[in-house]
Design a protein around this ligand. Structure first.
Ligand SMILES: *[C@@H]1O[C@H](CO)[C@@H](O)[C@H](O)[C@H]1NC(C)=O
Ligand SMILES: *[C@@H]1O[C@H](CO)[C@@H](O)[C@H](O)[C@H]1NC(C)=O
Length: 358
């Protein structure tokens, strides 16, 4: 009896440890062969440890499919809608059409204002970004929604420098707008989303560093901090840039990060993608944070859930998925639930062999 009790509490501990962190994915849909949203939502809920999903749009079928799953959702306002949302009436209508029908049955956590507007947008769009965020935030409150945060995701193209991490600074031409975004985030207690891709910083010498494999690491000569992986280096560069303009207190989210399993070059391989995403998940689970953000849990969204056969650009763009369109894993990234069950089994066997003879 006592041993059974001990076993149960051990299992509970393992379960608590396993659910203390969050694994997020980006559910992109630029493909003509993906399963229906209801099937995808059920798959994520029942077969994986993924508990947060980010969309690149506000597809009502997908938002509805996640109702009552307890999976947190980020929905994205298309770049083309942003300028109209400076108007409060328009913003309230957007919420009435795209949020309220599904809220709170679907656990909408964040609204992302556009996708990488500082990279893709023209001057008029960039200028409307923060006013639209402010108006949208007010519109949510007027519509009685107080627990949905407004953020905006940006690529690291906004960085002037990022190596060593403590010298991270924003480009002068986006400096003012980033200060406005960070001020909005601070005032509304919302996080700032950035998209770090060590994949784009890959070089043969830095492969192990980029993939979280054993490597000799890099010391930042200005802070003395020691880096064992490029993901931490990039996040700390953004942190340093934000801190340099007075916003070191704003939480950062990794809104997109990942590694393709196939492309024309050897840098893309199933092994590399499995190492990057698998080790990234372990790193996030460790709760260690980064050298400049110790013990901060960085909410992280892997790009992407599926390989997307209609994604424009290089072959790499089409092969970032953890899963094939038939929902079989491209590789083992440690997101499947049955792996956790195996872990329970091993652990309980190791700690309590007697149990198995009963
Ligand atoms: C829902 O998810 C949250 C974490 O996001 C967790 O704390 C809570 O226990 C979950 N609720 C249910 C009913 O599973
Ligand atoms: C981080 O957590 C560890 C272990 O709990 C603790 O020893 C350390 O002081 C923490 N560091 C900071 C900066 O909070």
């Amino acid at each position: 009896m006592a041993t059974t009790k001990l076993l149960l509490s051990l299992l509970l501990l393992v379960q608590l440890a396993a659910t203390a962190y969050s694994i997020g994915v980006n559910y992109g849909t630029l493909a003509d062969n993906l399963p229906p949203p209801a099937q995808v939502a059920n798959f994520i809920k029942t077969q994986t440890n993924i508990d947060a999903v980010k969309l690149f749009d506000a597809n009502p079928d997908i938002i509805k499919a996640f109702a009552n799953t307890n999976i947190s959702l980020t929905i994205t306002i298309p770049n083309g809608d942003i300028q109209s949302l400076i108007n409060l009436r328009t913003a309230r209508h957007w919420i009435i059409d795209h949020v309220k029908p599904f809220y709170p049955a679907t656990k909408i956590k964040y609204i992302a204002m556009g996708s990488e507007v500082l990279h893709w947008g023209d001057d008029a769009l960039k200028a409307s970004l923060v006013p639209a965020m402010r108006t949208f935030h007010n519109a949510l409150i007027r519509e009685g929604i107080k627990d949905v945060k407004v953020s905006t995701p940006h690529s690291l193209g906004m960085m002037l420098s990022s190596d060593p991490p403590s010298t991270g600074r924003f480009r002068p031409e986006v400096h003012t707008i980033l200060a406005q975004i960070l001020l909005f985030c601070r005032q509304t207690k919302s996080p700032f989303m950035v998209n770090p891709y060590p994949f784009f910083g890959w070089s043969p010498e830095k492969e192990n560093y980029a993939l979280f494999r054993p490597n000799s690491g890099v010391r930042d000569k200005f802070t003395g901090k020691f880096y064992t992986n490029m993901f931490d280096g990039l996040m700390d560069a953004v942190y340093s840039a934000a801190k340099a303009i007075g916003f070191g207190d704003v939480n950062l989210i990794a809104g997109e990060t990942g590694w393709p399993s196939a492309c024309e070059l050897p840098v893309c391989s199933v092994q590399n993608a499995a190492d990057y995403n698998g080790n990234l998940i372990k790193h996030i689970e460790s709760g260690k944070g980064t050298p400049l953000m110790p013990n901060r849990t960085i909410e992280t969204y892997i790009f992407a859930l599926f390989n997307e056969n209609q994604k424009p650009g290089s072959a790499a763009e089409k092969n970032f998925g953890l899963f094939k369109p038939d929902m079989t894993p491209v590789y083992n990234a440690g997101v499947m639930r049955n792996q956790q069950h195996k872990y329970y089994y091993l652990l309980s066997k190791k700690y309590n062999p007697v149990y198995w003879s009963h």
